[in-house]
Write a protein that binds this ligand. Structure first.
Ligand SMILES: Cc1ncc(COP(=O)(O)O)c(C=O)c1O
Length: 434
């Protein structure tokens, strides 16, 4: 059976991709494969007198003079994106146009993919991580594989979908956080019901890029017939370092491999480097038949008009320039944080590769000079006191595998970073060890 909606050119293209042992139709749930997607008149006609979708023909009911508040950061004074506010320029009373301001074709060309049939847009990457499980993993029967420590939503979605979770830890010694590929492949052989392997690169909370050579080994493994999902929510930080000339020229994103492999799906997001967590735009890159299945399965019009509009601005040349400037600032602030955390006697090692916009730091039970060891109780105490007494909130990851005594600190503004270091120094050093 073929997937409804996939062009013959796309099918021919996919037939030429690796690996030969992967057959999409064999792993997709039969009810999804035979799904007749929701169709509306707007799929066929977008212009004219539109009396097809039960929209409100009078327009939106936002108060006159309302504006879309524009904030670079939460503590800035809101200034309107345009003086006039949302007139009907965005046609808010209409459901989103299927072309979504050309975002998909823009993303495809930014990533050197053949076309927009390789791109799916979700309500954040979280929607995509859930959707892909619903498409291939049968509740009560199938499983996913994850490599802890990793992003928590893979397991949450699995629990919601009644899908089992098989765990193959990353190599955690010395905060290395690389894949244990042999062990992963062995485990996949033992669990043929695993339909998706979720990899996170750079990882959360590890901040560490996975090697594309390792990812290829899993994609090429003939005994594994399922999909590989690479979650690249933080990839823009490592890619900017390539442009800056501080990381060599080797590609870091698995999107490179989408042109080669049909068993790969890569997710990215506008929530991190682009600073647009509030608009919820996630991206998936994969072969057209899988993208089509995702389109067939998602709720109609999942991407709102304001989200599509703001995304198109973010992906314009000027938007990309601004994103890259911000990413460079965050990278230099991250390096500053790393240097300064090391000067606090109560902190231990910084774990992982520091390839994202956060730092994973060990909190010790005694100063380094007295042989202090990473300590969960101390990390928990520091986390709580920072939040409750000084209103500075970081993340306590000390119970994650390989993250003993660790706090995860998001890179803030220069001022926020200085405050964070000062506060940790105060609480950890100045007579606060009891
Ligand atoms: C690794 C990882 N993947 C996905 C997400 C979710 O991103 P989005 O905002 O696109 O749903 C996050 C958010 O923190 C994340 O850390």
């Amino acid at each position: 059976m073929t997937v409804a909606g996939v062009s013959s050119e796309a099918s021919a293209h996919v037939a030429s991709l690796k690996p030969p042992h992967f057959v999409l139709e064999d792993i997709v749930r039969p009810n999804i494969l035979s799904l007749q997607p929701y169709r509306c008149a707007r799929d066929d006609y977008q212009d004219g007198i539109l009396l097809d979708a039960n929209e409100n023909s009078l327009g939106h009911a936002l108060p006159a003079g309302s504006s879309i508040p524009h904030q670079d950061r939460v503590d800035h004074t809101a200034t309107p994106i345009n003086g006039a506010g949302p007139s009907d320029a965005l046609n808010l009373h209409r459901y989103p146009d299927p072309s979504l301001y050309g975002i998909k074709s823009r993303l495809a060309s930014m990533r050197n993919l053949p076309g927009e049939d390789h791109v799916f847009l979700g309500v954040g990457s979280d929607e995509i991580l859930d959707l892909i499980q619903r498409i291939v993993a049968a509740p009560g029967k199938d499983a996913i594989a994850i490599c802890p420590p990793t992003y928590g939503m893979y397991s949450v979605c699995a629990a919601v979908n009644d899908v089992a979770v098989v765990k193959v830890p990353l190599r955690v010694e010395d905060g290395d956080f690389s894949l244990q590929v042999d062990q992963l492949i062995e485990t996949l052989r033992e669990h043929p019901n695993v339909k998706i392997v979720f990899l996170c690169s750079p990882g959360n909370p590890t901040g560490t890029l996975l090697s594309l050579r390792d990812v290829r080994r899993i994609l090429d493994e003939p005994s594994y017939k399922g999909l590989v999902v690479v979650d690249e929510a933080y990839i823009d930080f490592a890619e900017e370092e390539i442009r800056m000339g501080v990381r060599g020229k080797e590609p870091v994103s698995a999107v490179e491999l989408v042109k080669e492999y049909k068993n790969l799906l890569v997710t990215q997001t506008l929530s991190k480097a682009y600073g647009l967590a509030g608009i919820r735009l996630g991206i998936a890159y994969s072969q057209p038949a899988l993208i089509q299945l995702m389109n067939n399965t998602k709720a109609p019009y999942n991407i709102s008009v304001p989200t599509a509009h703001l995304s198109s601005l973010a992906l314009s040349d000027a938007g990309l320039k601004k994103m890259r400037e911000n990413v460079r600032t965050l990278i230099s602030s991250r390096n500053w944080l790393v240097e300064n955390l090391a000067t606090i006697p109560g902190t231990g090692d910084i774990l992982g590769g520091n390839d994202a916009n956060f730092v994973l730091v060990q909190i010790l039970d005694a100063p380094k000079t007295s042989g202090g060891k990473p300590d969960n109780a101390r990390a928990g105490m520091l986390y709580k006191r920072m939040a409750e007494e000084r209103a500075l909130v970081v993340r306590n990851r000390s119970s994650d595998l390989g993250c003993l005594g660790c706090l995860r600190i998001t890179v803030g503004t220069e001022e926020e970073n200085e405050r964070c270091i000062e506060l940790m120094r105060q609480l950890l050093v100045k007579g606060e060890w009891s």
